[in-house]
Design a binder for this molecule. Structure first.
Ligand code: 5GP
Length: 209
């Protein structure tokens, strides 16, 4: 986008939701590496880092007090409480990314609806697992020792999936490489929308004979 002078500058928002275990985070992360000028929005969270997670890469990990201060100062574009922890998208970082890039946000359905209300734009994509059994298996692999949290995530997963109708695109993540291609295709197609082409540039092209 940076070098494509025929595109309007303001970046699009790609809002991706899914129940936990549907593979959304890996999908978002991978496409943000594959597609030029697509940046992954790093959320703030109060939950503890999982093993392998890196501060400021996967999340910005903050205390609950700090998160609440940020809410009070209006520093989030959206925020929500999920599984007993807070998660939010910091406005400042989002705006900085949008100046020069498209942005992909991996957020829950409550946050996605707040984004829709606030920005009235964006591309809303929902990721579904191929079955509940597969979802449970994936959740168990990720958090082997907390039965309570597994149950809570499965319950929340069903509630989240019921919200799929609010989204424009649905991807079933059965074979990862196929789901990744689908997400990539959606993003690349959306980039070619007529509204995203600078009409002034086209007029100059036409009249430059
Ligand atoms: P996890 O703890 O598994 O990384 O994420 C739990 C849930 O929080 C996922 O559904 C994820 O999409 C959501 N989430 C992550 N970041 C944000 C955010 O900034 N805002 C909202 N509303 N949800 C988020």
């Amino acid at each position: 986008m940076k070098n494509e002078r025929w595109r309007i500058r303001k970046g699009s928002l790609f809002v991706v939701s899914a129940p936990s275990g549907a593979g959304k985070t890996t999908l978002c992360y991978e496409v943000s590496k594959l597609i030029p000028d697509l940046k992954y929005s790093i959320s703030c969270t109060t939950r503890m880092p999982r093993s392998g997670e890196v501060n400021h890469r996967d999340y910005t990990f903050v205390t609950t007090d700090k998160f609440k201060e940020m809410i009070e100062r209006g520093e989030f574009a959206e925020w929500a409480e999920v599984h007993g922890n807070f998660y939010g998208t910091p406005i400042k970082e989002l705006n900085e990314l949008r100046n020069q890039n498209d942005v992909i946000l991996d957020i829950d359905t409550q946050g996605a609806m707040q984004m829709k209300r606030r920005y009235g734009e964006g591309v809303y994509i929902f990721i579904l697992p191929p079955s509940l059994e597969v979802l449970e298996e994936r959740i168990r692999k990720r958090m082997a020792n907390s039965e309570l949290e597994i149950k809570s995530r499965l319950k929340k997963a069903r509630e989240e999936m019921a919200g799929y109708k609010e989204y424009e695109y649905v991807i079933i993540n059965n074979v990862f490489s196929e789901a990744r291609s689908e997400l990539e295709s959606i993003i690349l197609s959306e980039r070619c929308r007529r509204e995203r082409i600078d009409s002034g540039w086209v007029e100059r092209l036409i009249s430059s004979a």
